[in-house]
Write a protein that binds this ligand. Structure first.
Ligand code: HEM
Length: 180
């Protein structure tokens, strides 16, 4: 997993909890990286899972809630670091419909070793977008937070519904976004 995902996570922990909390959760985990992340480095995604589990234990906040909050923070971070991705896109559904073929495709050019999820667009109209999330890393709560962050960013009234789908023995998450 790219270092930017870790540095942005620790930034959120510092701003929403404390700098001591950052040190404490790093100390709680036996991390191969020792918690020394650089934005362009690549680290095992299991380290992110360990850090979130440690934060959950110390804060008493459930892991899915932490990942959703982190997704919202990460979306705001991406907006400030990649403003060009937002040029000429004026609504959340159009932005999200382009996540696979535009946004993450560009991310892959910048970071060829990025391990990105796959988003399959099952339906896209001005009123409704249905995305199926595929990833062996199962960061669906993070995906939900990123989608919620995107909706907040564009300031639109969109209802977000999520359902679990079984496909050939694999669990997948479907995100259904409907304008209200
Ligand atoms: C400007 C916007 C965005 C940028 C620059 C961006 C970039 C990235 C990068 C660099 C990673 C890390 C890849 C790695 O760890 O190797 C990542 C992961 C991820 N991105 Fe995006 N992303 C953006 C928006 C979004 C949005 C809106 C969603 C949700 C629809 C999303 C869903 C995810 C998820 C869930 C992961 C975690 C990896 C996984 O699930 O397997 N991203 N993204």
């Amino acid at each position: 997993m790219k270092g930017v995902v870790f540095t942005s996570f620790l930034e959120m922990v510092e701003s929403q909890f404390t700098a001591d909390m950052v040190d404490d959760i790093i100390d709680d985990c036996d991390l191969p990286s020792c918690g020394a992340y650089t934005a362009v480095g690549t680290y095992p995604h299991e380290e992110m899972v360990d850090l979130v589990v440690a934060l959950s234990k110390r804060s008493g906040i459930a892991i899915p809630d932490l990942l959703r909050a982190y997704g919202q923070h990460l979306f705001a971070h991406f907006f400030s670091t990649h403003p060009s991705f937002f040029a000429n896109v004026h609504d959340a559904l159009s932005f999200l419909a382009g996540i696979e073929v535009i946004i993450h495709a560009e991310v892959l050019k910048l970071y060829p070793d990025a391990q990105l999820p796959r988003f399959e667009t099952e339906h896209h109209s001005p009123q409704r977008l249905v995305l199926l999330y595929h990833s062996s890393r199962h960061f669906e709560d993070l995906a939900e937070g990123l989608i919620a962050g995107c909706i907040m960013h564009f300031g639109e009234k969109i209802e977000l519904h999520r359902e679990t789908v079984e496909n050939q023995g694999q669990r997948q998450e479907r995100f259904i976004l409907t304008r209200t």
